[in-house]
Design a protein around this ligand. Structure first.
Ligand SMILES: C[S@@+](CC[C@H](N)C(=O)[O-])C[C@H]1O[C@@H](n2cnc3c(N)ncnc32)[C@H](O)[C@@H]1O
Length: 597
């Protein structure tokens, strides 16, 4: 269809032209469109039971990761509150406990107890709970838990009861593996400054400016030190790639061990009830049925298309109806000032849709435009069939074709797809080696206003759905704050860097390093990436941090600074920052750190 389509689109110029052609094509070829009959029922206990049996029987042949993924899938298919779901929680708690993930196992036990777990088996859960608590802390008081196990043992038959009571006696004498804990790096993300009266939740030291050469950009309104936290933001929207949707939390992208499934669809899981509730309130209540229709029919989605849909849903949530959204978009379109376009009630608030809609788009070729238009229409069709976002559920492409806002919605989805391909930052899956695997993307509107420099004076660190922006060099009042759009530019000659950015990003780089023609051999203050390889291959923990500090030959004071930084930042980030400042701004950092040590 895509090859044929190019012909139809040959005269299309504007977004509207592309959407109208795609709409016409879809209406004509509606027999080819998936219909309601193809849409699967969200939950399926038979399949859930089958998968649960596989997880139970084959766990010794599968990696922990794979076993947990099979459990996640089984649980996503089980009915909420069912005994099957309770069994799945209970069985996964054994796997997690055996893998020394005692905290995760405890969470599963609580879920099994809250669900419909049979009374005659509850004693087993309390035994496991006592074991987990003891393995985590041998001084913990586990008497209450042991008593609960004894009470529930009364519901067992005599043989099982006597076996359980014997096991109970051994809990405090057994040796357990050292607890394995996954660190949630968000704990180490510093809190966000929020003293800027114009740009919400940022440091007062920055402002948004516009120039012919750089478009919108961010400048310092006072002299800044290296190491200043400019903003810490939760992403406006985050999407998890299709192959990770039953591994990572749909809301924050945390790797899930003791996950909870969506209670309505069987497509996504969450790291906690909190994330599930946030997602449901923010977007998944609408997205759930659309995603189910989509995945039943086309089995897979692309990150930028899902992001496009998510932006649309978030906008609908903000404005209430398609009509109100249409009016708001018209208002933004009619505002001539590029900076003011993205303001809401006189301030720049990147939790509002106005900060998203006017983001820049890179030029695209015809093929990509055609794909974006066809995808936009496909997603709009699923929205029409499975949700009542357009006032009521629709039954056919014809009905959608006659909908008064069809072109507007198609255009918006098309615009979001292009905008996402320009502005989304990748998120990375946890991996056992140093390889960085993309597992989704997030959109952070303020980040999209930073221009690129081959010698950036800012760095961002992404911890799940949070992004922190920190200055890496001293920045003088009036100078621009730059991030790097790629990572390895300092070792390339100027023409090569500029050519590469032109090829990938479609603009000629006018950053200070390019304008001043800095070439390899020049001292790029930001050439931190020389060290990143050493840092990426380290696990993010304190032991490795000190190993890395030794590698970097930091003196005693340097090591102390590193420990201090580690308390507020992630290991990787603390190291990068320290190494940097150690080389270029040593005395400043030491002055700063001495206030805290
Ligand atoms: C993500 S946007 C950054 C914000 C943008 N200036 C705006 O007005 O929305 C990326 C675009 O900014 C411009 N840009 C970013 N870095 C630049 C640089 N070093 N030199 C020239 N233009 C740059 C290019 O037009 C690029 O396509």
């Amino acid at each position: 269809m895509h090859a044929l389509a190019a012909e139809h689109f040959s005269n299309a110029k504007t977004d509207e032209d592309f959407v109208k052609v795609a709409l016409k094509m879809h209406v004509k070829q509606q027999d080819e469109m998936p219909n309601l009959k193809d849409i699967k029922k969200p939950k399926c206990e038979v399949k859930a039971k089958w998968l649960l049996d596989i997880a139970k029987k084959d766990f010794s042949r599968m990696s922990l990761d794979k076993t947990v993924e099979v459990y996640n899938t089984a649980m996503s298919l089980a009915l909420p509150g069912s005994e099957l779901l309770a069994h799945a929680y209970a069985n996964r708690s054994i796997v997690l406990s055996n893998a020394a993930m005692y905290e995760e196992s405890l969470k599963d036990i609580e879920h099994a107890l809250k669900a419909n777990y049979p009374d005659n088996m509850k004693a087993l859960l309390f035994v496991r709970k006592a074991k987990n608590l003891f393995a985590l802390d041998p001084t913990a008081d586990i008497e209450d838990t042991l008593n609960k196990a004894r009470q529930w043992a009364l519901k067992m038959n005599d043989k099982e009861k006597s076996k359980l009571l014997k096991n109970l006696e051994k809990i405090k004498t057994k040796k357990y593996k050292k607890p394995v804990k996954e660190r949630d790096n968000r704990m180490f993300v510093p809190s966000s400054p929020n003293d800027n009266p114009i740009i919400k939740d940022t440091l007062a030291a920055i402002a948004i400016k516009y120039s012919e050469k750089f478009g919108r950009h961010i400048v310092a309104t006072r002299d800044m030190m290296a190491g200043e936290v400019v903003s810490v933001k939760r992403a406006y929207a985050l999407v998890v790639s299709c192959e990770y949707k039953l591994k990572l939390c749909w809301n924050c992208s945390k790797h899930c061990w003791s996950s909870v499934p969506c209670e309505t669809c069987s497509n996504v899981i969450y790291c906690s009830e909190k994330c599930r509730n946030v997602a449901w309130k923010d977007y998944h209540d609408i997205e759930c049925s659309i995603l189910n229709g989509l995945l039943s029919s086309i089995h897979c989605y692309e990150d930028i298309s899902l992001m496009s849909l998510r932006l649309f849903i978030k906008a609908i949530k903000e404005f209430g109806t398609v009509k109100a959204l249409y009016e708001s978009v018209q208002k933004i379109d009619s505002t001539a000032d590029l900076i003011m376009k993205s303001f809401t009630d006189g301030i720049y608030d990147d939790k509002k849709y106005a900060s998203v809609y006017p983001l820049c788009r890179k030029p695209m070729n015809l093929r990509f435009k055609v794909q974006c238009a066809l995808k936009a229409l496909q997603y709009m069709y699923f929205m029409a069939l499975t949700s009542d976002v357009f006032g009521k559920k629709m039954k056919s492409m014809d009905e959608l074709g006659n909908y008064e806002y069809a072109v507007f919605v198609g255009k918006l989805l098309y615009h979001h797809t292009v905008l996402s391909s320009t502005n989304m930052s990748a998120i990375h899956a946890p991996s056992t080696n140093s390889e960085l695997l993309n597992c989704g993307g997030l959109l952070n509107p303020l980040e999209s206003l930073y221009n690129h420099s081959c010698d950036p004076n800012m760095d961002s660190i992404v911890c799940l759905d949070m992004s922190a922006f920190i200055t890496l060099q001293t920045i003088k009042k009036g100078e621009q704050l730059f991030i790097s759009y790629g990572q390895e530019f300092h070792h390339m000659p100027t023409p090569k860097r500029r050519e590469e950015l032109q090829n990938i990003r479609s603009y000629w780089c006018d950053c200070p390093a390019c304008i001043n023609n800095w070439n390899p051999g020049h001292d790029f203050p930001s050439a931190y990436l020389i060290y990143t390889n050493q840092i990426y291959d380290l696990n993010d923990n304190a032991e490795n941090l000190s190993k890395a500090a030794n590698k970097l030959k930091l003196g005693k004071l340097g090591q102390m600074c590193l420990q201090f930084l580690y308390k507020i930042l992630t290991c990787q980030f603390a190291l990068r920052l320290l190494k940097f400042i150690y080389d270029y701004n040593h005395s400043e950092l030491l002055d700063y750190a001495s206030n805290f040590i």
